[in-house]
Design a protein around this ligand. Sequence first.
Ligand code: SF4
Length: 197
Amino acid sequence: MKDIKNVFEKKGYKVKCFIDSKSACEEILKDIKLEDTIGIGGSVTVLDMGLYQALSDRGNTVYWHWKSEDKKESFKKAKDADIYLSSVNAITRDGKIVNMDGTSNRVSSMIYGHRDVYLIIGKNKLCDNYEAAIDRIYNICAPINAKRIKVNTPCASTGVCSDCDSPERICCTEVIFHKKPNGTNMTLYLVDEELGY
Ligand code: SF4
């Protein structure tokens, strides 16, 4: 992942590289101050790294709909947090970040509204170009995630996309970052380990 560090730096992101998720996790816990409030998007990467637990245990206020009984309230509070923590669906060698969302709270929060956005990205998310990123999203991320969250979409059972009209479709909005949005600090934590889907 080190070889793409300067591609994303030229796009305005702060970029940090790590050999594994443990060292990335330690750095993120240093970067987040105790007084910071944190919102988290739907992210298996964040879940597997144990960040929610580590932040909660040390006393940070963390809002995550995956860990809340009141999801609507959690969405609202996460939207107003100082820091938004998530992963992404794909990045490309020429510096694009590509995401697809259902509810779209995650992509919305990445774009605007937080002081800092921290994105943790495993090596499995790196794609050669935009076309490969979209293929990855429709035929790898979405089917696995649809099955995991038990939504009624064709890909959840077939494992491939059929551009469905399901009311539970999980890829409703496509957001491409061509460059870091103005007015938000964004840090990418690039990790040389497979993380999430
Ligand atoms: S469009 Fe439908 S079938 Fe295709 S990946 Fe998204 S949810 Fe699955």
